[in-house]
Design a protein around this ligand. Structure first.
Ligand code: SDX
Length: 436
């Protein structure tokens, strides 16, 4: 009898192709779908896998965020999103996502102090804004200015130095609110408002957005709490398109500032982070409850590119757990601001009711996602529609930075280089112009 414990053999998937059978290892995580490791498939079979939307593809192993789309579950480092949104705060969530654990009191104070003291940007950065038109989309400004940060912080761009990665991570988390607020002020033609160390992260952001030199601005604590909760809801979301963009850009060794700028660019799309802006525009276009059936009909029409913005999700085939918290937050904010008859909220709630009882949406498992109620809330707080995705980028920077660190520290990670199935011309000879 062997005294050595039996080494557990990895489970195997078998694949038969071109008349041969191959065994592929199966990797099982702590929870959720296991994966079939196909990294050696090409060398064994001379064939690639094919999955253009990455619907069935795991690009990495991660310990940060877990989503169960069928059950509508979202965990940050194992903690349920609704509990974190109720009991935690955004700076603590940033620490949790980055390190994997909730901070002790001393750890939180050190981290919060560091973030607070990185909120200012180099004064030269202000000059970048004056090159933009005042009506430039804030996301265009964010792409440009965040990417330019790499020109200012040569002391934190060596991705192989853990200390420099930590400094760059804290700089990005700390400076995004300042840059987002500057983008808002620039679009309004108002002077930039500098960060204040006596205010916490989210109150400071609101102060930079809405204070003017002409009078003192008192941050409404109920609105600050709601804004902080909105940041928590948007902080991370597994391997979504923009996070995958940051990971792919980082896999070449590019500096974190440039990689986050790439993530911002990807997030801007209306199918992704741009959906909050698009959802509010859609609600405004629908305008009133009795026009909803016309739009439901359009959303179901295959020949009409119109989709219900803020509905549907690649992963959630149940209610997005963030959307529930977002809806509660929306009601809280409207109540605090004394907005009792927002026609867009009436349209949103009736649209949700109708859609959730419509066979098309039920069959395709289309539910409201986080973007459905966020726009109404942000508009009520005072943000122009064009700022909505910039706020999403502000919050998601924490997730991008956590995922970036995890990728850099993963020994199995290499430069991302997908292949293709080629369907173009086979080799052919050049034809001189005179003979064409
Ligand atoms: C975010 O990935 C993430 O985690 C993203 C995110 C994050 O936190 O990072 O959660 C943030 O991006 C949320 C999603 C925001 N986008 C929107 O609200 C835009 C509207 N939604 C759709 O564009 C769509 O639902 C997607 C892009 C979100 C998901 O697209 P998929 O997974 O590629 O699904 P699909 O487009 O293939 O749709 C499946 C079917 C299709 O019908 P069939 O071709 O099967 O007949 O559902 C239909 C679609 O036509 N459909 C919709 C619809 N969404 C999907 N029909 C009407 N209205 C919609 N909103």
């Amino acid at each position: 009898m062997s005294s050595k414990p039996a080494v557990e053999q990895p489970a195997l998937a078998t694949l038969t192709t071109n008349g041969q059978t191959y065994e592929l290892p199966i990797i099982t995580g702590t929870v959720g779908p296991s994966v079939i490791d196909v990294s050696d498939l090409y060398s064994q079979t001379d064939q690639f896998t094919y999955d253009p939307g990455f619907t069935s593809t795991a690009a990495c192993e991660s310990k940060i965020t877990y989503i169960d789309g069928d059950a509508g579950i979202l965990l940050y480092r194992g903690y349920p999103i609704a509990e974190l949104a109720e009991k935690s705060n955004f700076v603590e969530i940033a620490f949790l996502l980055l390190t994997g654990e909730l901070p002790s009191k001393a750890e939180f104070e050190e981290f919060n102090h560091a973030i607070t003291h990185h909120t200012m940007v180099h004064e030269q950065l202000l000059k970048f804004f004056s090159g933009f038109r005042r009506d430039a989309h804030p996301m265009a400004i964010m792409c440009g200015v965040v990417g330019a940060l790499s020109a200012f912080y040569h002391d934190s761009t060596d991705i192989n130095d853990a200390y420099q990665r930590m400094v760059a991570s804290r700089r990005l988390i700390a400076k995004m609110p300042t840059i987002a607020a500057m983008a808002l002020k620039y679009s309004l033609g108002q002077p930039f408002v500098y960060p204040r160390n006596d205010l916490d992260y989210t109150a400071d952001f609101l102060h930079m957005c809405f204070a003017v030199p002409a009078q003192e601005y008192k941050v409404n604590p109920v609105i600050a709490r709601a804004m902080d909760r909105i940041f928590i809801l948007h902080a991370d979301h597994e391997q979504n398109a923009s996070t995958s963009t940051v990971r792919l850009a980082s896999s070449s060794g590019a500096n974190p500032f440039a990689c986050v700028a790439a993530g911002i660019a990807c997030l801007w799309g209306p199918a992704h982070g741009g959906a909050n802006e698009a959802a509010l525009k859609m609600l405004a276009e629908i305008g009133e409850v009795d026009r909803i059936p016309e739009y439901i009909k359009r959303a179901k029409d295959k020949n009409d590119p119109f989709r219900l913005m803020g509905f549907g999700h690649r992963v959630y085939k149940n209610y997005d757990p963030r959307a529930r918290v977002m809806q509660q937050t929306c009601h809280e904010v409207l109540k605090e601001l004394g907005i009792t008859d927002d026609p867009m909220l009436d349209v949103a709630m009736e649209l949700e009711r109708i859609a959730l009882s419509d066979d098309y949406f039920i069959e395709k498992k289309l539910y409201p996602n986080i973007d459905f109620y966020s726009g109404i809330t942000l508009k009520a707080i005072g943000f122009p529609t064009t700022m909505f995705t910039a706020l999403f980028a502000l919050a998601r920077t924490t997730g991008w930075v956590a995922q970036w660190n995890e990728m850099i520290e993963d020994p199995s990670q290499r430069i991302g280089r997908p292949r293709q199935v080629y369907s173009g011309h086979t080799e052919r000879e050049y034809v001189d112009l005179a003979k064409r």
